[in-house]
Design a protein around this ligand. Structure first.
Ligand SMILES: Nc1ncnc2c1ncn2[C@@H]1O[C@H](COP(=O)(O)OP(=O)(O)OP(=O)(O)O)[C@@H](O)[C@H]1O
Length: 265
């Protein structure tokens, strides 16, 4: 666990507030674009609190079983078959007092998540509909959820659910923090190329703030892919593979191409 590359942000309030909120027993909703470090932030919290993290990835297919668990038949030590319930991520995190991470919570169908309402408020409890067991969360149980803002396919979050969270914005990092992340998390060691990627990312952020390209074009995940590719293929081709070819809009592709001409001769 000590090997974990941590979430970093030059605005230290983001991470410090996350830890403080968890200690205050608040549920945290991380809001930010894809690849901005939301999962990394939650993993870092789990690591700092020395707890395992149980994850739920929401989708329209998410059902109560994916949250709570399922019944199955097992053979006991006497050789008899019996029906047992295998706890899912929510019950495991509750019973062990660990961290529950609910990713893309706004992708779930609105009728699936109310089952968690009691878990997410002062009650910290749930009646398992499959077994009738009443589960009270152990001390230390915490919840972090994440939503990708503006992502196609997401639904506005149900008000009663949203009401149970405090919100932390998680935006893309840049400048020297980005440089540190590239050095820590990619294979690239050439400082000159790293600096040019950081500059390139800055230009892309400006273009995105002007509406020329979408924000996700240069997610931190894509920039880390770019850095890895740049160790084995020329930087322009690496940008094509890691960033440009993922974009559908030709005007956006051209805008990025123009930015490349300015930075990489
Ligand atoms: N601020 C940051 N500190 C450390 N690592 C970061 C940071 N931002 C992004 N990363 C790295 O970028 C990659 C993507 O981050 P992560 O998976 O946490 O994003 P996410 O916001 O959860 O994405 P998605 O919404 O698509 O699930 C990871 O390799 C992560 O380590």
């Amino acid at each position: 666990m000590s090997q974990l590359k941590k979430y970093i942000n030059n605005d230290e309030t983001v991470y410090n507030d996350a830890l403080t909120m968890i200690k205050l027993k608040k549920n945290i909703l991380l809001k930010g674009p894809t690849g901005s470090g939301k999962t990394k932030l939650a993993e870092t919290v789990a690591n700092d609190l020395n707890k395992p993290m149980y994850s739920v990835n929401c989708s329209v297919d998410l059902d109560a079983e994916s949250l709570l668990g399922f019944k199955t038949i097992e053979t006991n030590e006497k050789g008899h078959q019996e029906i047992v319930f295998i706890d899912g991520p929510v019950l495991k995190a509750m019973k062990n007092g660990d961290l529950l991470y609910i990713d893309e919570i706004n992708m779930a169908k609105p009728e699936t998540l109310p089952i968690l309402n009691g878990v997410l408020d002062y009650r910290r409890a749930l009646t398992n509909p499959f077994t009738g067991e009443v589960v009270q969360a152990k001390e230390g149980f915490s919840v972090i959820a994440a939503i990708n803002v503006g992502y196609i396919g997401t639904l506005p979050m149900n008000e009663a659910l949203k009401n149970r969270f405090v919100v932390l914005d998680v935006d893309y990092i840049d400048g020297h923090t980005l440089k540190t992340i590239i050095k820590e998390q990619s294979q690239l060691t050439d400082n000159e190329i790293i600096d040019s990627i950081v500059q390139f990312s800055k230009d892309l952020r400006i273009m995105s703030s002007q509406g020329q390209i979408s924000e996700e074009a240069a997610s931190i995940r894509a920039l880390l892919d770019l850095a890895d590719l740049a160790t084995v293929i020329p930087i322009r081709r690496a940008i094509k593979r890691a960033i440009i070819d993922k974009i559908d809009d030709e005007r956006e592709q051209q805008a990025i191409q123009n930015a490349i001409e300015l930075i990489f001769e």
